[in-house]
Write a protein that binds this ligand. Structure first.
Ligand SMILES: NC(=O)c1ccc[n+]([C@@H]2O[C@H](COP(=O)([O-])OP(=O)(O)OC[C@H]3O[C@@H](n4cnc5c(N)ncnc54)[C@H](OP(=O)(O)O)[C@@H]3O)[C@@H](O)[C@H]2O)c1
Length: 435
């Protein structure tokens, strides 16, 4: 976000954004039908169980997270096989799981800061068992302590549990270790929320696996994590708590900047993946997906476009495979008081923060952004509904900060199914899910 963005936002501050049409409304399916057609997870589960019975090696951090009994041998961790949601028709089986669970479970990435932290606290207060999936275990533990202290200070009872875990999205090994540590335990919601942005500094930073870090963390890390946790989501489909019949959800924190025509996305270089030449020509060593010269601000917008393309393609694949898991995206609005702008010039961030919050009132609060995240996970309105995008747009007179969270359109490029498929194929190769 730059000062150009501010001007664009301010120019539009007084114009309420009209209600946007829904993106795609998949045909509704009855829960009974959906249950019958849950995609096969037993093979992947069996592999994971085999892995669990392998002799444990030293892996102290995971031991702390899940207790020694759940720690897996590191060699087995790397071998976890994701559920196949390939183009060809999957083999479907009747699921016979009868597990009874009292509470729903949710994994929230990037839950030690910003809207992830706020949303995680609210979900735990609503009775969800929340896994705080953070860059380091220490950050996740600190997040747990902070949520508990804040809850106690405010007389809030956390009826769900908080489990700190390491999941560094800039390391494929760390993601694989985290996914395997869950041992395919039923997962009701996966919130892909973590994000980085380095606008204003065009130094190319790289993940442990050599990917440009913005796309590497925001898209590729989440891409691998989701694929690895599909068995867990499918397991929840057949074992919903209290038999309430709800279906598992994947929620992706995207942003309106994925859309070059949006107020936040039309300043500076707009999001656009072109023909994915950067990946075609450079593979893992890509700087920009479209092969253009590196621009950190555009890389962030591109990563958010990847979030939407990925979510739409994942939903298509799941639906084709007969899965009831739904995948949706949302933009929480401009929120200057999270950690997202930490890499930017501190003076600029201060001025920007003051102007957007105190003068023009175009910014959302962390609390408001956290509410958006919680709504995507819990709203009954979204039960069984996939492939929609919600945007927290400026709507004077609405909400605490003049924002309205409602269904919106994704960009024309995000609607390009062929591009979604191409991005998926490249992503699969980069993270090692296909040759
Ligand atoms: N703030 C906004 O205006 C805005 C607008 C639209 C969309 N969003 C999206 O909202 C999401 C949350 O951002 P936020 O505004 O709440 O910012 P934030 O406070 O900086 O939160 C981002 C979170 O992502 C985590 N993260 C970064 N790199 C990671 C890695 N390698 N592995 C695991 N976690 C990692 C951060 O952890 P560390 O503390 O370890 O870095 C932090 O917990 C992001 O996806 C962002 O793109 C934000």
């Amino acid at each position: 976000m730059t000062s150009q963005h501010l001007h664009a936002r301010v120019a539009r501050a007084n114009a309420a954004r009209g209600l946007r049409a829904r993106v795609v409304a998949p045909a509704g399916r009855s829960i009974a039908t959906a249950r019958r057609s849950a995609i096969a997870v037993s093979a992947a589960r069996a592999e994971t169980d085999d892995a669990a019975s392998a002799p444990a090696s030293a892996s102290s951090r995971r031991d702390v997270v899940l207790g020694g009994a759940l720690a897996l041998a590191s060699s087995a961790l790397a071998a976890t096989t994701p559920v196949a949601i390939a183009d060809e028709a999957p083999t479907t089986t009747e699921t016979t799981t009868t597990t009874t669970r009292d509470r729903k479970s949710v994994v929230v990435t990037g839950s030690n800061s910003g809207i992830g932290l706020d949303g995680a606290a609210k979900l735990a207060a609503r009775g969800y068992d929340v896994t705080l999936a953070c860059r380091t275990l220490a950050k996740a533990q600190a997040a747990k302590a902070s949520i508990e202290a804040t809850a106690a200070a405010n007389g809030v009872v956390l009826t769900g549990s908080l489990t700190p875990a390491e999941c560094d999205l800039a390391s494929l090994d760390s993601i694989r270790a985290f996914a395997a540590s869950r041992r395919a335990a039923p997962l009701d919601a996966l919130v892909l929320n973590a994000g980085v942005e380095f606008s204003g500094d065009n130094t190319v930073r790289r993940t442990a696996d050599g990917f440009e870090i913005t796309v590497g963390v925001n898209h590729l890390g989440h891409f691998l994590l989701t694929n690895l946790l599909l068995p867990d989501l499918e397991a929840a489909a057949s074992a919903s708590p209290q038999s309430d019949g709800t279906t598992p959800r994947v929620v992706v924190t995207a942003s309106e900047v994925h859309d070059p025509a949006s107020p936040g996305g039309n300043v500076g270089l707009g999001a656009g993946l072109g023909d994915l030449r950067g990946l075609a020509e450079n593979g893992a060593a890509f700087e920009m997906l479209d092969g253009s010269p590196y621009d950190a601000d555009k890389a962030y917008k591109d990563s958010k476009l990847c979030n939407v393309l990925f979510a739409r393609e994942l939903q298509r694949r799941l639906r084709d495979a007969g899965s009831v898991v739904t995948v949706n995206t949302f933009g929480p609005g401009l929120i200057t008081r999270t950690g997202l702008f930490r890499a930017q010039n501190p003076l600029f961030v201060k001025v920007f923060d003051f102007a957007t919050n105190e003068i023009f009132h175009v910014a959302e609060t962390v609390d408001g952004g956290g509410d958006c995240l919680v709504r995507m996970v819990t709203d009954a309105e979204l039960e069984g509904v996939g492939d929609v995008y919600y945007n927290n747009g400026i709507a004077p007179g609405e909400g605490k900060t003049g924002h309205k969270f409602e269904r919106g359109d994704v960009s024309a490029e995000a609607m390009d199914g062929e591009k979604g498929k191409a991005l998926w194929a490249y992503s699969e190769r980069l993270v090692g899910l296909s040759a």
